[in-house]
Unconditional design. Structure first.
Lengths: 314, 293
């Protein structure tokens, strides 16, 4: 059983922030001249008076968002993850995180798949940077259903949030019964042979990898962790206690992302072996999505093979 | 209007006396903290006193009053000048200035909006505060509020690219509710050397600052940043200009008021010795009442 096709997270974002703004006059959107890519063009069409083009000037855009937050708005800042997190980091740190202002930073085109752009635009150390920043909440949803719920949740939350969004169409993992809760992990699939913590769209790939593994008699327990900070430590410790060995998976470098967060928590609270699956300590390159996923080792098939090797070795 | 809001005709002599007292607090606070910056606070203080005692619509006992005018000290390293002005204006006690830069103090090295009453925007990493001020002004317009946002920048701060990113956006949105004051004291911390390494050149010479802000579409006024009449008149002109942002290039003297600190880049962040403090106090007079001896 493969998952049904779904919308890109960026589309779900553009649609949802537009819908929420119908009933919430506090919501404004700031765009760094990428609205037609990040899909805040949807918002501009519906709420032109609350859409603010900031041009190609990300440091200032994040600073302007901070200023607008002090007047009572809930600014959603929209650009690519590389420009928000790398280019505008000082603005985020000093003007948003330190005074804990109510700004929602959306890092579009995060991860490995940014549309033939190459290493300049491929940002897969964004979670590491944002997770290390005090006062920052870091959210990485899996599919369009969860993205919609997460955007509602971070709007209701008072404080700075980094929301990780991605470019390609993503299969639908969750049905409408799913309930995203800030700071909570979700059991996606139960299994006795291996326990995997996964975040973001990588969870959809691990889910499909788990189907391949099931056909070989390996049953995967899959825990989805959409909030990387604050981490659902209880869920992680409980699952580790039960399993005695855990795997992490993410479309992010294995340095500083979910894998690191899980390893830090378990080393403090319940040390068990942790194997981190993700992108190596390297920069990316341009190329078609499926070839990038294969080469960098995070495709469905590569994920299944990695997990199988780990299970057989134990 | 409450009685805490500003009188319409500020008394120039009174304001000048407040400036003199503020300079004493500034020098003493830096000496007592054994750290902080001096040259920039002393060049900026006349304008801060003018704003807080003669211009801004504020309620010191209600620092978060939503309709207040905003002031952002983007040149955040001049924090002691802002803290001194806020204390004298009643946001907190003048005695609290003794805690400047001390551990657990609300008066941090650079302004922190999260802990200090009256600080409208955190600043210190140069250029950022100005960017936040552009956001406040844009937000005020979007929210239909008619307060004015003032930001003070250093001339050296104008080296930062984000300043010109913000200047572009403010002009693009024709933010007539935004006034930037550039403290043009002609020295930055170290700067470029002139004929010898002891001679430090100004960050911008001649009309360069005026020309740059003008080129970005801002209405530009110049003033003597140590002449209280001129400061008040120029700010009034800036407030009256409502169809776009205004930059005031304020010609000032770094270290103003203490003879051996004036125009000397080494006093950007030097702490006076006991002897130097005594000389400065003699030149400036008592912190309350009475003038210089």
């Amino acid at each position: 059983m493969t998952l049904a096709p779904g919308k890109a997270l960026r589309v779900a974002f553009g649609e949802t922030v537009t819908e929420l703004a119908n009933d919430d006059p506090r919501i404004v959107v700031l765009d760094g001249d990428l609205g037609s890519s990040t899909r805040v063009d949807i918002f501009e069409a519906a709420h032109p008076e609350r859409f603010f083009q900031m041009g190609i000037a990300e440091q200032n855009m994040l600073g302007v968002a901070a200023g607008m937050a002090t007047v009572g708005f809930v600014p959603f800042v929209s650009t690519f993850a590389c420009f928000a997190v790398a280019r505008a980091l000082d603005s985020i740190r000093v003007l948003i995180a330190q005074p804990r202002l109510n700004v929602k930073i959306t890092g579009g085109y995060a991860g490995l798949l940014a549309g033939m752009t190459g290493k300049t635009h491929l940002m897969f150390d964004d979670v590491a940077v944002m997770r290390a920043m005090a006062n920052m909440v870091v959210v990485s949803p899996a599919d369009e259903v969860e993205t919609r719920q997460a955007i509602k949740a971070i709007t209701d939350y008072e404080g700075p949030v980094y929301l990780r969004l991605t470019r390609p169409e993503t299969p639908i993992l969750f049905d409408d019964a799913h309930r995203f809760e800030l700071g909570k992990a979700t059991l996606v699939r139960d299994g006795d042979d291996v326990t995997v913590f996964s975040t973001g769209v990588q969870t959809t790939r691990v889910f499909e990898a788990a189907q391949l593994l099931a056909a070989k008699g390996i049953e995967t327990k899959l825990v989805h962790v959409p909030t990387i900070k604050p981490l659902d430590e209880e869920a992680i410790v409980d699952a580790a206690r039960e399993a005695g060995f855990v795997v992490t998976a993410e479309e992010h470098t294995i340095i500083g992302g979910l894998g690191s967060a899980v390893a830090e928590t378990l080393s403090d609270r319940y040390p068990v072996p942790v194997k981190r699956l993700g992108l190596a300590d390297t920069f990316g390159e341009s190329g078609p999505n499926h070839e990038l996923l294969e080469k960098y080792g995070i495709s469905i098939e590569k994920t299944a093979a990695s997990i199988e090797t780990l299970v057989r070795a134990r | 209007m409450t009685d805490q809001m500003i009188v319409t005709q500020p008394d120039i002599t009174e304001l000048e006396e407040l400036v003199r007292q503020a300079r004493v607090h500034i020098v003493r606070s830096i000496a007592s903290a054994h750290g902080g910056h001096l040259g920039g606070p002393l060049s900026a203080i006349d304008m801060l006193v003018a704003l807080y005692f003669g211009v801004l619509q504020i309620k010191p006992d209600q620092p978060d009053w939503p309709d207040r005018d905003r002031f952002v000290l983007s040149k955040g390293h001049s924090s002691i000048a802002l803290y001194t002005t806020l204390a004298m204006r009643g946001y907190f006690s003048v005695e609290e200035l003794d805690t400047f830069d001390a551990i657990n103090s609300r008066l941090q090295g650079h302004p922190d909006m999260a802990i200090t009453p009256g600080v409208d925007m955190s600043s210190g990493s140069l250029g950022l505060g100005f960017s936040g001020a552009v956001g406040i002004a844009l937000g005020a317009r979007a929210a239909g509020k008619d307060f004015t946002t003032f930001a003070m920048l250093g001339d050296g701060e104008c080296n930062e690219g984000i300043v010109w990113e913000g200047a572009h956006v403010a002009e693009r949105y024709r933010l007539g509710n935004l006034v930037a004051i550039v403290d043009h004291n002609k020295l930055q911390q170290f700067g470029w050397h002139g004929e010898s390494v002891e001679v430090r050149l100004p960050p911008y010479t001649g009309n360069q600052l005026v020309d740059r802000w003008t080129a970005f579409g801002w209405k530009v006024f110049e003033m003597d940043g140590h002449d209280m009449n001129e400061i008040l008149a120029t700010i009034a002109k800036a407030k009256a200009h409502s169809n776009g942002p205004v930059a005031i290039v304020a010609h000032t003297v770094k270290g103003k008021g203490v003879s051996f600190m004036e125009n000397n880049y080494k006093w950007h962040a030097r702490v006076p010795t006991e002897e130097e403090l005594a000389i400065a106090e003699r030149e400036l007079g008592e912190p309350t009442g009475g003038g210089a001896s």
